[in-house]
Structures are given as C-alpha cells and as structure tokens.
Write a new protein. Sequence first.
Length: 365
Amino acid sequence: MTNLRSIQLSNYIRERSCTIAELKEAFKVSHATIHRDIASLVGEGKLRRVRGGVTALPEAEAQNAEHAVYSRYQDRIDRNREAKIAVAKKAVGRIEDGDIIFLDSSTTVYYLAKELQAASFSNLTVITNSLLVIREFPLFPTGYFLVALGGNYDVQLNAFLGAATLADLDRLKIGKAFLSALGAAPAGFFSRHENHSYFLRRVLEIADDSYLLLTAFYTMLWLGISLLCSVLCKHAATSALIVIALWIYLTVFASMVASVIANLCYPLEGMQGYFNTLNNYQLQLSLERTSPYYLYSEAATTLLNPDVRFIGFTTTDALSGALAGYLSFEQSVLLVWPHLTCMVALVLLSFTVSYIVFMRQEIRA
C-alpha cells in the first residue's frame, strides 16, 4: 500500500534497523497500525523482518523482491486462463447497452475487460479501481466511459483501496458489479486483505438497490394487469393472450405509434418542419410516457446513470446553468419522481379495480 506514511516509513528504516516500539513512537501511531504498515511493506519487498523489529533490504534485493511481486501477479493472470476466459464470455452476456458496471481488480475480471474490447456496446460506463483495467481502457471502443477510483495504491492487488477510494465509490451508482474473491457468504466476501473485503462489500451495497426496487414496482404492475384480465375474461387462455398482446404493444410498438402520431400532427418536412421540431418531440414524448415500459426504462436509466442531468427536451440556457459532476441518488430521484408516482398509482389502480370487479361478480358453483 503506497501512501505518504508508508514512503516515510520505508525511508526512515532505510537509514537504520528499528524496533516496533521505536517506529510507534517516531510516527505517533497505534501498535496495530504500525504492524499493518510493516506487513504491507514486507509484502511489497521493501523491508525484511528481523528479531525484534525490521530492516531495509539491500537495493538489488529490493528490486528483485519488487519484480517478484509483479511476477506473482502475472502468474495469477496466466493461471486457469481458459476457465477465466470462459467466465468472462458468460459475463459479457449479462451486460446491456446503457449499463453502469463495476470491474474489480481480480485477474478473472481482467479477462472480462479484454472481452469488452471486442464487444459492440454503444453506451457503457465502466467504474473500476483496477490499474490493469485502467491501462486497458484506451483499447476499448468509442462510446465507453471510464470512471477510475483513486486512493492508496496496493501493489499486491494492483488496485486502489482505502478511505479515498470508498469516498469516490459512495458518490457513484452501480447497476451491475463483477467481482472475484477467495470466497463468499451472506455476510460478505473473503479476501487476504481486510480493506479489500470491506471494499467489495461496499460495492455490493451500492449496486442494484434502486434498480431492484424499481423493477419490483414494474413487476407488480404487470401482476395487477394480469389479475384484472383474469377477472374480466371467462377463459384463462383469453386472459393470457390479452396480457401478452398488451405487453408486446407497450414494449415494442407504442414508441412507433407515438412517432407516427407526432409526425401527423407536427410534420417535420420543409421549412415549417423546423418550427415543428419542439412540438413534435414533446408530443411524441408525452405519448410514449403513457407506456409503463417507457416510464420504467427512463426511470431506471436516470437512477443508475449519474451522468443524466435532464429528462426530455433541454435548452441551452438550462445547460449553461448546470453544475459539473455527478448527481447523487436523491437528486436523480427528484428527476424521476413523476415516473415513480405514476407507476405506484398504476399498481394500486390495477389491484383496486381487480378487487372491485371480482367482488361484484356472481360466484357460481
């Protein structure tokens, strides 16, 4: 772990052999902190433990030790290479256009980064703390956006970790996280590095919460529509066909119909079309938002993508007054609160109407 204290500690010990007590006193830190710093420097090949303390390695030996650290990391990349590539190919299938994904510093996820170079996504945001992924990013297709997390560099993990990394992470929203660890349990991930384990748990806490909640409302809406159709129709097959047809129309054809109606009301041909552009767009957008699928899609994109600052038509005046940076989750919710309110209202309406219709029907034996 490379930070100011570890550099000062390494330089201090290079001048003399020191005991643990001397280092605690010199740097005014706790026993646990000095042991953690020493363990990190020993792992990086910069120090050697001796009886009662630590000493610096000779320069040539230190260079060999540092080379050994990188060699071990390269060995991890090459180990089980075919299996890691197979996992990476499966993982690419889970990614969609517009996703915000997190890639950790594991060697398995490194192969996922390599697979993404050959993928054809037109809009993808990649968040990572991996130096290896950051170095690979210039080879990614255009349309990819990189968010690199800073912090203390850990040479053994080839990644950035620490309080600064977590602070960067907490300002972001993650749709899908691709992680690798020694093991996993309901309590979290297992790693040789405590900071790494905590970091992975924090990534999972951030990823998908808003998306899952929104998806739950959308699923409940279609459940309510299905119940309503089953109550209104005498035959289950008829009810199923109506629901399927309605879903296909709202998902696939609603946008097409909205575009046709908007073009009929506000044609875009000729000089008049120039003046009709705004009205055409606003009418089409209003018609598209009558579809629950469009509401869900627009809300999900806004909540998961901190880059989205506006929904709908944006004027140059609004852009000039916008603040640079990412939106927080609360700010994104303010953008889509009409969408969320409408979806909740539709869920309640569908279940309420289903209940009223069912209660008024005559029960026959």
